[in-house]
Design a protein around this ligand. Structure first.
Ligand code: NAD
Length: 360
């Protein structure tokens, strides 16, 4: 066994169908009484379900701010901060996916207010001390233990409304965190356990959800898997896959979860020659892999009926070379050195929507 270092992130998790009823107890546990609720405009109606639950326990929400949006723009954060002050909130509750949780983190790190998260996608931001923000079109990311939310309520009931296609891509986004944790420079045996269990839970449940979005058992299993994968993202460093998605998403305005879904098998194929142990472990938890992790991912993506090419989301063929230049010009750790030609072919395949092959 390789020597390792292990740090556990603090944080409290309340998991299970109906666990939203424990929200008032969680607010009181923090000695708070005036929570500010956060959501996107699309979930403004859904988040209102929290108000009667709080009021029934004599907690009057300080207010509701429903303008969370992708990439956590600082002008939205500034507006939310003003409202936070105005309404006298003493804690924030973010209800939604990574966009809303990002706003909760941005408010919490600036004000010191406690942050309770209620995730409704599988993206995993709730388990990380990472915050990406956009100012004047430029995205910057920082990591600080104080950014990590203190309480997370995973109530599967709120994931039932996540459309099948978004469930698929959001779930593969979660698997990507686990895949990169398996070969992270600072990985450790605990992360490996979480990564494999999380991948297995998602790879088994997502195809069921796509066929039958109201399957409560499959939804619960997916959320459990997403939690484990999120812990991987929050604990160890990511490599080529996440960097590529960041570059592609930021430079060509590509959607977050869909980009992760397309890139994952190709990024793994690029790294495959250098990570035989991770490839074997991953293959063992991917149904239909026949011992080949790339095949296992291809099988999964076929079952999920997701779009496979970045060109489907507006990326141009000329952008392939631009993406290579950006990725090469921005060095980072990866198990395999970044080589321009194989990387170009990796990105070209992502653009074209080819099946991934470990021949790079
Ligand atoms: P999202 O939060 O942008 O949500 C996408 C849309 O789906 C929104 O309109 C949202 O309101 C809606 N939605 C969410 N849950 C729903 C539900 N259950 N039913 C119906 N609609 C629902 O998407 P995301 O993929 O969760 O998050 C992506 C963002 O999060 C990106 O900006 C990404 O960079 C960030 N992120 C950050 C981290 C981190 O650690 N900092 C981790 C993962 C993602």
């Amino acid at each position: 066994m390789q020597p390792f270092e292990y740090n556990a992130n603090p944080g409290r998790v309340v998991f299970g169908s109906g666990s939203i009823k424990k929200l008032p107890d969680e607010v009181k546990r923090l000695n708070k009484s005036k929570p500010l609720l956060l959501s996107t405009p699309q979930q403004a109606d859904q988040v209102k379900a929290l108000e009667p639950i709080l009021r029934d326990a004599s907690i009057e929400p300080a207010g509701l701010f429903s303008e969370a949006t992708m990439h956590t723009p600082t002008h939205v954060t500034d507006k939310a901060l003003e409202y936070t002050k105005e309404c006298g909130a003493d804690c924030v509750i973010s209800f939604g996916g990574g966009s809303t949780i990002g706003l909760g983190k941005a408010i919490s790190i600036r004000t010191g207010l406690d942050h309770i998260c209620i995730p409704t996608t599988y993206a995993g931001s709730e388990m990380t001390p990472i915050l990406g923000e956009t100012a004047e079109g430029k995205k910057t990311t920082r990591s600080d233990p104080k950014i990590l939310p203190g309480t997370v309520i995973y109530d599967v009931d709120f994931t039932m409304t996540l459309p099948a296609s978004m469930s698929a891509t959001s779930g593969v986004n979660a698997i990507a965190h686990a895949v990169e944790a398996l070969y992270a420079r600072n990985t450790n045996p605990i992360m490996t356990l979480l990564a494999l269990e999380g991948t297995k839970a998602l790879a088994e449940s997502l195809p069921v959800i796509v066929n039958s979005p109201q399957d409560a058992d499959a939804r619960a299993k997916a959320q459990y898997g997403a939690w484990l994968c999120a812990m991987c993202l929050g604990s160890v460093g990511m490599a080529l896959h996440h960097k590529l998605c960041h570059t592609l998403g930021g430079s060509f305005n590509l959607p977050h979860a869909e980009t992760h879904t397309i890139v994952l098998p190709h990024a793994l194929a690029y790294n495959a020659p250098k990570i035989p142990d991770a490839m074997k472990k991953l293959a063992d938890v991917l149904p239909g892999s026949d011992g080949d992790a790339i095949k296992g991912l291809n099988v999964l993506l076929t079952k999920l009926e997701v779009k496979r090419g970045l060109k489907d989301f507006g990326m141009k063929e000329d952008d392939v070379d631009k993406a290579v230049e950006i990725a090469v010009g921005n060095p980072y750790w990866n198990p395999r050195e970044i080589e321009k030609e194989p990387l170009r072919e990796t990105i070209r395949r992502c653009w074209a929507g080819d099946e991934a092959k470990a021949d790079l």
